[in-house]
Design a protein around this ligand. Sequence first.
Ligand code: ADP
Length: 464
Amino acid sequence: MSFIHSIKFRFTIWYLLVLAILLVALSAGVYFYLSGSLYRGLDDSLEIRSTQIRSIQDILESIRQGEFQEELGEIVILYFYSGNQLMDVSPRGITIPVSHELISQAIAGSSLFATVQTAEGEGLRLLAVPVNIAVAGPPPGIQPATLVIARSTRQIDQALGGLLRTLTIAVPLALAFAAGGGLFLARRALKPVDEISRTAQEIGETDLSRRINVNTKDELGRLAATLNEMIGRLEKAFQRQRQFTSDASHELRTPLAVIEAESTLALQKERPSGDYRQSLEGISQEAKRMSSLIEQLLTLARVDAGKEQWNFAEVNLGKLITNLSTDAEVLCQEKGLSFQSGQMQDLVVRGDEARLRELFMDLLDNAIRYTSSPGTISVSLQREAQIAVIAITDTGVGIPAEDIPFIFERFYRVDKSRSRPEGGTGLGLAICKHIAEAHGGKIEVESQVGAGSTFSVWLPLQSL
Ligand code: ADP
């Protein structure tokens, strides 16, 4: 990424632009305020001086005679008409470039300020005020005239020029320092971003154990923490995925190996037909196991892809469980177990009947599978406020307390050597949990080793 496209650069440019506008506005403000107040001071002094001159008797006559003594730095000129000609009297014979118009206006009675430039290029601020002068005649009398008092603006111009020079050096200098400082601060503040992107680039699919090392408490620290949490979740998901793939391959390899061994053995030599039957029965059993495993794997793949199809409708749990109990009772009889089911109420939930049937059948299957004769399997359906609670209890082997937190995980088996020959895949409970949760419910287990287990399913009742 080029420097010009970096946030640092854009941040500094914007910051400098705002600062430059502020500094220029501030400098202009100071300049104009100072210039205004200096000129106002000069104008005030001219006004005071004009009042002073006008109030002293005979002073105008002494100006007219060319005998007036000017103060240092001022020029006093008297303008009047003699005949049709505009005359000016300056004690020092100085003429200043004053327009006739201004003089005429002042003679006509208005006081006026003006700024003019002398031939030498010096600035003069002048005040033209109307005065009356006595003329000897003919005819003798009082005649309107203009008194012009001028003072040099050199000091003001020097002060303002100095200020302008200072500002033209100071403002760019301040901007240059601000640019350096801004760039330094931006670089410091955005340093964690470089760290974040570098680590993110280094993290590969196989290296999700890496974390971004930014521990500040600001926004970037929070961003890094959020990204670290996300990487953590991805890492877990990848681990689960890897585990799932390896477990699935392992699960499929075992029945395939059995099928291969059975068929190789059977084909080694001529055998009596009973032996073939036995081999084929073994092969068929393994094929069935594989087919149910693949069915469950497909279900979980659909769950993970979020592509499950649900057919939600009203389901009468009482009827559904009574129905399932009939099948379960047959299976119990085959295994020499007794079966009990309590009074079934007509409790209605909104759900997918086929999936709920799968859920309860899996739990009943497990109960029968992990209970040996003599033993009892019982089913009950109860209502707790707005919840239907279905409990499936067995008097089987039970589940050790340390395994209970994991039995709903995919491929988790308490005793692998025992579960596999019984036909278990280790996926049943993971699917049961998913079905219960998809219905807004949950599934829990209470168990004691040697005494049996109770799996309870909570499902919210349909609100009327
Ligand atoms: P499996 O197909 O192996 O039965 P499940 O996911 O249904 O897989 O069950 C996971 C594990 O939980 C089983 O391997 C078994 O160890 C344990 N389990 C499940 N139900 C029962 C039960 N009713 N009694 C004792 N153990 C059980």
